[in-house]
Design a protein around this ligand. Structure first.
Ligand code: UDP
Length: 325
């Protein structure tokens, strides 16, 4: 089957695995606003039902607490919906380094078995399948910025491999289903993302620094702070994911904000936005921590007409406003 090209018809059911997570819940809001119906599937291992509590009671929303690695999930979801499933979107996975390092086997399972189950769900419905992959497929990149054609530099037996290799395998499985004509697929590679609904204790650098700065606690910098990341506001990211879903582009497509910061620069921006004078506390750099990361978004710009609009200071201000006092 070739990519169909058309925007998805509105009114059908979209299955969002990981729909109670940080990105998944924002995606559900956007899909509903676009006129789709949504089945939120999440095992709540790192997702939170509070992220989608505002959607409770709607007749265009179903919520299923389940692990997509469980083979019965395919039949359970199929039985829940009375109408066409137009898309299956796979965002289910622990995603912050402390979360996936604490769940190594579950992370490998959801990237492999979970992906296989969701592809199996999509196939008979001729539903479009979108895999949420990651900039981590590039590992500690030797090419900078990273275009989609770069194959990456991943330590296959390192600590982070449970996430990196699970996502690389998920991409391979998705691409194979597309190649044999079994499922119409999309792959998005998501770069560092931030915004409202991130768990304060998820351990990522933006959440740690923002909460530490607001509490007047030392801001933790791992290593010397010279490593780089490029931070995308969640609304921009969701716009890119939906643009890919509604396109004929199979990908993979990088979606992220190409504005690159060192972690030391990020500390300064967070101090500025929060008005904090918290000191920095240096901690050891985790193993295999990528030295640099910046998306090349040429493909997203040219093939999807997408680019991010929210600058880091503005996005942090919005995130902090949502946290409240
Ligand atoms: N980091 C940091 N302080 C923290 C948390 C993370 O300096 O409190 C560093 C981390 O070592 C990495 C970068 O910030 O170099 C981004 O880490 P994060 O966990 O947000 O995501 P990653 O891009 O590594 O998946």
């Amino acid at each position: 089957m070739n990519a169909t090209g058309a925007a998805l018809p509105r009114g059908g059911w979209i299955i969002v695995a990981g729909g109670s997570g940080f990105i998944g819940s924002h995606l559900c809001d956007r899909l509903l606003a676009d006129g789709h119906r949504v089945v939120i599937v999440d095992d709540l291992s790192t997702g939170r039902d509070s992220n989608v509590a505002h959607l409770a009671g709607r007749d265009d929303v179903h919520v299923l607490t389940a692990d997509v690695c469980d083979p019965s999930v395919v039949d359970t979801i199929t039985d829940m919906v009375d109408d066409q499933i137009t898309a299956v979107m796979h965002l289910a996975s622990p995603a912050s380094p402390p979360a996936y390092l604490a769940r190594p086997l579950a992370t490998l399972a959801v990237g492999s078995t979970g992906t296989a189950n969701l592809l199996q769900l999509a196939a008979p419905h001729r539903a479009r399948f979108l895999l949420a992959s990651t900039s981590e497929v590039y590992g500690d990149p030797l090419v900078h910025p990273q275009p989609e054609g770069y194959w990456g530099n991943v330590n296959p037996v390192g600590e982070r491999s449970v996430y990196d290799e699970a996502k690389r395998f998920a991409e391979a499985l998705t691409a194979a289903h597309h190649r044999i004509g079994a499922v119409d697929t999309r792959i998005v590679r998501i770069f560092n993302t931030y915004g409202p609904r991130m768990q304060p204790d998820d351990g990522r650098v933006v959440t740690n620094l923002v909460h530490q700065a607001r509490a007047g606690e030392p801001m933790t910098v791992y290593g010397d702070g010279s490593q780089t990341r490029s931070f995308c506001y969640v609304d921009d990211l969701v716009g890119g994911i939906v643009a890919l879903l509604d396109s004929a582009v199979t990908g993979p497509v990088n979606i992220g904000n190409p504005h690159e910061f060192t972690i030391a620069e990020l500390v300064e921006v967070v101090r500025e936005v929060t008005g904090s004078s918290s000191p920095v506390e240096y901690r050891p750099l985790p193993s295999d921590d990528p030295r640099q990361r910046q998306p090349d978004i040429t493909r997203a710009r040219t093939e999807l007409g997408w680019e991010p609009h929210v600058a880091l200071r503005e996005g942090l201000a919005r995130m902090i406003a949502a946290i409240g006092s």
